[in-house]
Design a protein around this ligand. Structure first.
Ligand code: GDP
Length: 193
């Protein structure tokens, strides 16, 4: 059985930038706005990295395509739960709280909070990659707010296995790599001490 590490999140949060960093792959076939495509995949060692299409709003895509993509993503997670080593929910740390609060004010459950709850309820190992930290003025305060919106009691530093502040564009993703390493199966059945 293959083990997957799956990247998911709304579009423009930096998923493909992160996918390239993690896998060294540049190619992204058939990814155009408005076209529902399967996820991008790349094999690294004995793990398959999977990059899902954007969850929710997609520039240039109609409502029907967006809903179809959401359904596809949800179904794929449900069907592949057993094979998923780690789900990486990528968020834009610089805009997450503002967007979540806007949804709350409208009386809606914020899309990304809903996605996080869905992944957690599937009993998956989930990490939130808080990307674009280079754009955030007060990292600790922002990460506390993000944790709080996701139902984790601040301070965020209690949740370093669940929240990884990164900047994919700057290549600064060590906290996430550390979490990935901790999830990787030991090679050749030898124990990793
Ligand atoms: P995707 O739609 O989620 O796959 O997002 P992309 O990887 O295409 O990135 C969307 C935009 O965000 C691009 O302009 C990236 O250069 C930019 N971006 C990605 N990561 C970062 C980051 O860590 N910091 C900043 N400031 N911009 C980023």
């Amino acid at each position: 059985m293959t083990s997957e590490i799956v990247l998911v999140g709304r579009s423009n949060v930096g998923k493909s930038t992160l996918f390239r960093l993690l896998t060294g792959k540049r190619v992204r076939v058939g990814r155009r706005p408005g076209v529902t495509v399967g996820p991008a995949r790349a094999v690294v060692g004995n793990v398959v990295y999977v990059d899902m299409p954007g969850y929710g709003y997609m520039k240039g895509a109609g409502k029907k395509v967006q809903e179809g993509t959401k359904d596809f993503i949800v179904r794929r997670f449900e069907e592949k739960t057993e094979e998923i080593l780690l789900a990486i929910q990528v968020i834009d740390a610089a805009s997450f709280v503002e967007i979540a609060d806007r949804w709350e004010e409208r009386g809606d459950i914020p899309l990304e909070v809903e996605l996080f709850e869905f992944l957690t309820e599937l009993d998956l190992a989930v990490v939130v990659a808080a990307n674009k930290m280079d754009k955030v003025k007060d990292p600790d305060a922002t990460l506390d707010e993000i944790a709080e919106r996701l139902g984790m009691l601040p301070p965020w530093s209690q949740w370093k296995d669940k929240i990884a502040p990164i900047s994919a564009k700057a290549g600064d993703i060590e906290p996430l790599k550390e979490i990935i390493r901790s999830r990787l199966p030991s090679r050749g059945g030898r124990s990793q001490s």
